[in-house]
Design a protein around this ligand. Structure first.
Ligand code: GLU
Length: 439
């Protein structure tokens, strides 16, 4: 597949004065990055482009105050958000993250990427996201539970199994979802398992959900390798973030014979030319909270991570990691975006020019929400599938989505990201048009 630089044909952005202040592009922030990605799709939308403003304005934004009593008796307030970006194709769907740097702009972008992702893999959802600006490592378990429950109660006016369904994201997990499910259920007076996904299996969760995002990354990685003529066995893999996404993806690549040569996380960067023992490394992270100090490996300066030689690079941490400056230094062939929004639009052009293939977040990490969809369907029917069934269906959804996006990229000579946006935006805007404007 040959790529052309897409900036040349990108139309001017929506004049900023037409947008409310909180929707203005935030410079190089995540929302600004998302708006740039949408602008690249405009020339490919035909008549549907008359609806494109829909994608540039979240449908609904809720900002909530989350007060809790700390263990020492004082009261702390946290800022929480839930953004429903689009619900044309179905209820809002997307995770909740707890992080000290969460901002409204970030949650807006993450909600928008969920709309694109859900449409790209064709699950019947719109896009939503939530977040609380808090460092959860500083809270006791009791404080964390109170914070989660109060946040759930505050956003309870807009979530629900047919309205908007949260799930885990950065620093949230099965336990968080159990508390959210219980709080919502207590408030409505009925056990409502389908209000969140990513729950413990014993509470209506789905087998295979926990590892689904990482498994999806691995699945599209295999497909991309086939197109590149790159053998997974023996491929050198570098991973940023060894959490639920990066950890599972690294394990599956290692099982397939790849060599995971480098891992970076919040604690440090480690390298081993011979390949890291992933099981030992995951045990080390479990015990010490990060990769730093993993003795069989060499410790590196963090910036060195971006110029290590690898065949596959998996950013699986936070947004805005691959800047133009780092894109110029990367020595890899394939990027699988496990994280949401790890690459700046301006870096995408450099990667295309350098012939580094990027499987974008909205396809690469869609395995999580795909199995969330399976979980939601199982909750509604109270009939649960076995793990093999889940894995088989996951691979099918991911493969169909990847192939469809690849075909559009090939036909239109655009990046896989723009192709995924073309497929997704057409689906969203087509339903928008079919539904028409109310009143
Ligand atoms: N937080 C995940 C994502 O970014 C999963 C969302 C979900 O399952 O709803 O895709």
């Amino acid at each position: 597949m040959r790529l052309i630089s897409e900036t040349a044909c990108a139309p001017a952005q929506t004049p900023a004065h037409n947008l409310p202040s909180y929707l203005q592009p935030d410079g190089l922030g995540p929302w600004g990055n998302y708006l740039q990605q949408v602008d690249r799709v405009l020339p490919h939308l035909g008549n549907l482009s008359r609806w494109v403003e829909t994608l540039k304005r979240p449908k609904r934004i809720l900002i909530v105050d989350v007060p809790i009593e700390l263990d020492n008796g004082t009261v702390a307030h946290f800022e929480g958000y839930r953004v429903q970006h689009n619900v044309s194709r179905g209820p809002g769907k997307g995770g909740v993250r707890f992080h000290q740097d969460v901002t409204l702009s970030e949650v807006m972008a993450l909600a928008a990427w969920m709309s694109i992702k859900n449409a790209a893999v064709n699950v019947p959802y719109g896009g939503a996201k939530g977040g609380v600006r808090v460092d959860p490592r500083l809270l006791s378990r009791g404080e964390l539970e109170r914070m989660t429950r109060r946040y759930t109660s505050e956003i309870g006016i807009i979530i629900g199994p047919n309205q908007d369904i949260p799930a885990p994201d950065v620093n949230t997990n099965e336990q968080t979802m159990a508390w959210m499910m219980d709080t919502y259920s207590m408030n409505v007076g009925a056990t409502t398992t389908g209000v969140v996904t990513g729950k413990p299996v014993d509470l209506g969760g789905s087998l295979g959900r926990k590892e689904a995002t990482g498994r999806g990354v691995y699945t599209v990685g295999q497909l991309a390798c086939q197109h590149l003529g790159l053998s997974v066995a023996g491929a050198r893999v570098a991973v940023q973030g060894l959490g639920n996404v990066g950890g599972v993806a690294a394990r599956l690549f290692a099982q397939a014979g790849a060599r995971v040569v480098a891992v970076q996380d919040h604690s440090g960067t480690i390298y081993s030319d011979a390949g890291l023992d992933i099981h030992a490394l995951l045990a080390h992270v479990q015990a010490y909270g990060g990769v730093a100090g993993f003795a069989p490996a060499q410790a590196l300066e963090s910036e060195a991570f971006w110029q290590l030689e690898s065949d596959i690079l998996i950013p699986a941490a936070l947004e805005q990691q691959i800047t133009p400056e780092r894109a110029l230094r990367l020595q890899t062939r394939l990027i699988l975006e496990g994280a949401n929004g790890p690459t700046l639009a301006s870096a995408d052009d450099i990667l295309a020019e350098r012939n580094i293939l990027v499987v974008p977040d909205v396809i690469a990490n869609a395995g999580g929400v795909t199995v969330s969809y399976f979980e939601w369907v199982q909750d509604f029917s109270s009939f649960f599938w076995d793990e093999e069934e889940i894995k088989r269906r996951l691979v099918r959804v991911m493969t169909e989505a990847f192939d469809a996006v690849w075909q559009v990229a090939d036909e239109r000579r655009v990046s896989l990201r723009t192709a995924a946006f073309i497929v997704a935006c057409r689906r969203i805007l087509h339903t928008r048009e079919l539904r028409g404007l109310y009143p």
